[in-house]
Design a protein around this ligand. Sequence first.
Ligand SMILES: Cc1cc2nc3c(=O)[nH]c(=O)nc-3n(C[C@H](O)[C@H](O)[C@H](O)COP(=O)(O)O)c2cc1C
Ligand code: SF4
Length: 443
Amino acid sequence: MTGRTARLLPADDSGTRLLDLRDLEAHTRHYGAMPLVAVAADGRPGALIDELHTSGLRGRGGGWFPTSRKMHAVVESSAARRALSSGRKTVVIANAMEGEPASSKDVVLLSHSPHLVLDGIQAAARTIGATNAYIAVHRGSPVIGIIDAAIAERRGIDTVPIELITPPARYVASEESALAHWAGDGIATPVYGDRPFQRGMNGRPTLVQNAETLAHIALIARHGGTWFASIGDPAAPGTTLVSVGGAVATPGVIEVATGTSVRAILQRCGGESATVQGFLTGGYGGAWVKAEELIDTPWAPDSVANTGGVIGAGILWALDDEHCGIRELASVSRWMAGESAGQCGPCRFGLPSVADDLAVLLTAHADAETLGELNNRLPLIEGRGGCKHPDGTVRFIRTGLHAFHEELAHHLHGRCTARTSERALPIPSTREIPVRKGGKDFT
Ligand SMILES: Cc1cc2nc3c(=O)[nH]c(=O)nc-3n(C[C@H](O)[C@H](O)[C@H](O)COP(=O)(O)O)c2cc1C
Ligand code: SF4
C-alpha cells in the first residue's frame, strides 16, 4: 500500500523490546536462543499457554483479543472435531498484511526483526500442535525479500515449516477469514459462518495472529509472562508499536509501553508540526477524537475507548487545521466502499450511498436533508456485514461527523473553512480482487 512512513524512530529509555536486529546470528546473540516450546498433546495446548495467560498478551492486529484464549479455542476446536472423526491438524497464519493505509508497524518490525516474528510463529505453532504455518504479506510488499531470506536461514532449525504467501493488497484481504480463504483456495474474500479458529484454511482450525503479536510471543517464550507484564497498562500489558503520522515533526513507528500518554508519544515524534484539530485512532476502520479530548489520554485500549477512540492496529494520525475533516471522511469512505468484497448488502449498497452523501456534503448543494439521510443510513449498515469492514467504516464516519461538527455546520451553509483543498490521509489505488487458481491469477 502507498503513502506510509515506514521509518523507525529512535528509542527512548522506556525500553525497546521488538525492534532490533536482522540476521539470525545477530538475532540469537541479542535475544538469546529460542527455547524449545512444548507441543500440544492430548487435546491440550503446550505449556507456553500458561505463560501467555500470565502475560496478559492481547493481539495487536486490531481487536486486542487475549492471545491465550484464542489459542485455547483453536486447540479445543481441533480436539472436538477429532472426536467427531473429522478433525484436521491446526495451522497458523501470521498476519503481516498491514491493510491499514496509515499503518507501517509490521513492515518496520519485519524489516528489523524478521526472526522474532518467525520465532513467534514456531512457538505458536508448537503450542497449538500445528503441522505447518504461513506468513502473509501483501503482494508487492517491501519485506518479501527479507522474509524469504530469513526463512531460508532457518532451514533445518525450524520444526514447523513456514511458507510465505502474498495475497493481493486489498483492505479486506487481510481480514482473518479472507486470509484463511486465500491460503486454502486462492480467493481473498472474507467467509461468513464459522470463524477461522473453528474452520479456517481448508476446514482446519486456524490460528491467525498479527505479526507484532507473534514477536511478543517469541519474547514471552524466552522471558516468561511475568517479565512481559512487568511494564505497561495492567489491563493490556507490555510494549506496543505505534504508527504515528500526519501533522507531527517526525512521522514514523515507535515502541512504547502501553499506557504511555498520547502527548508523550507525540513528543517522541518531535511534537506537532501544526495545530491539530483531531486524531484518527486505529486507522480507516477506527475512530476520530478531538485533539483536546485525546492528548492526555494513556495509549491503552480502555482509556482510548473512553474518549470514543480505538487503538486498533496502533495508528495515531494527527489532522492539522489546514485540512477539511469532511473531505477526509468523503475520500476515505469512498475508498473503503471500493475495497469491500462486494458480497453483502451493507457493502454493496450501504457504503457507496454514504460515500455519495459525504461527496454531496463537500459541494454547494450540501443541506440538512443530505446529512439526515446519511445519519439514517449509518445504523442500517452496522452489524449486518459478513465481517467488520462496514462497521469500521461507519465508526470512522460517525466519529468524524462528531469531531468535525463545526466544519460540518459551515458545509451545510455552502462554506469550507479549510486553507487547502488537498486531502491529508493517503488513499491507495483500489484494484480488483484477483483469484488464484493453478498458480495463475484471474482478475
Ligand atoms: C476489514 C479488516 C481488515 C483487517 N486487516 C488486518 C491487517 O491488515 N492486519 C492484521 O493483523 N489484522 C487485520 N484485521 C484483524 C484480523 O481479522 C485478525 O483479527 C487479526 O489478524 C488477529 O490477530 P491478533 O489476535 O494478533 O490481533 C482486519 C480485520 C478486518 C475486519
Ligand atoms: S461485510 Fe463487506 S467486506 Fe465483509 S464479507 Fe461482506 S461484503 Fe465482504
